[in-house]
Design a protein around this ligand. Structure first.
Ligand code: GLP
Length: 242
């Protein structure tokens, strides 16, 4: 595990954006896995600027997002799809065929999850998967539980996760869907490289437990210990307990 600690969240964003741009320059047809959440916003901001400065070419890029809420359409302002469109897809002028997303409105969730797994396979697997971490140690929407499902599946969101995502729904946790579709930890661990981004003191306990504690379904992020190629991008606050 390559742990990198930076002075500020700004420096974390710069380093991760540089890592992504470098990977795209080396491999223009990169298959890139993307997270949502507040943490990657500055990274996406820097990627937008780098793209505008012609520092990388995104025309051959393929993206897969980790997860999406169930029961809301992609046009809903709270959807992860809408978030990604604004943060990255539109500014980088990605074509629809470059973007892969779970459809939270799919009538048959199991079929939708199977479709997503097949699409990842057909793309040749994910080269670089960026992940954030929930304060409860979730990755994507793999919530702490007695058992985890390996592949893309429908999940019930923890109340704390719904509160954490309230910002996308006008600050009202009651408006946050109760369910979502998410890549499984097995799907995520199949990526050739993983980059975990975490900033702020609130993430320090789960970063410590995930990296130093036992591998347990009660802290899905701990499964990252099993991957041979994980890079951690942390600010001093998130790394304070390591
Ligand atoms: C959501 C996403 C996760 C993300 C988490 C952390 O729950 N499903 O993929 O890691 O938010 O969000 P934040 O970066 O806002 O702390």
């Amino acid at each position: 595990m390559k742990i990198q600690v930076f002075d500020s969240s700004h420096d974390v964003a710069e380093a991760l954006a540089d890592r992504v741009a470098c990977a795209i320059r080396q491999q223009p047809a990169l298959v890139l896995g993307l997270p949502t959440g507040r943490t990657p916003i500055r990274t996406y901001e820097r990627l937008r600027r780098m793209h505008a400065d012609l520092q990388f070419d995104a025309t051959r890029l393929t993206t897969f997002n980790l997860d999406e809420f169930a029961g809301i359409d992609r046009s809903h302002p709270g959807s992860f799809r809408a978030f990604m469109e604004a943060q990255l897809f539109a500014p980088l002028r990605l074509r629809p065929d470059q973007i892969h997303f779970l459809d939270g409105m799919a009538a048959d969730a199991d079929a939708e999850c199977a479709r997503y797994e097949a699409a990842i396979e057909a793309a040749g697997g994910i080269d670089l998967q960026i992940v954030g971490i929930g304060a409860n140690g979730h990755i994507g929407f793999n919530e702490p539980a007695d058992t985890l499902q390996a592949r893309t599946h429908r999940v019930t969101l923890a109340d704390s996760t719904r509160r954490d995502n309230a910002g996308l729904f006008g600050g009202d946790a009651a408006q946050v869907p109760r369910e979502a579709l998410s890549m499984g930890m097995g799907t995520i661990l199949k990526a050739r490289a993983l980059a975990l981004i975490a900033t702020g003191e609130r993430k320090a306990p789960c970063i410590e437990q995930a990296m130093r504690g036992p591998v347990t379904t009660r802290l899905p992020a701990s499964f990252l210990q099993l991957h041979p190629n994980v890079e951690l991008y942390l600010d001093r606050a998130a790394a304070s307990r390591l």
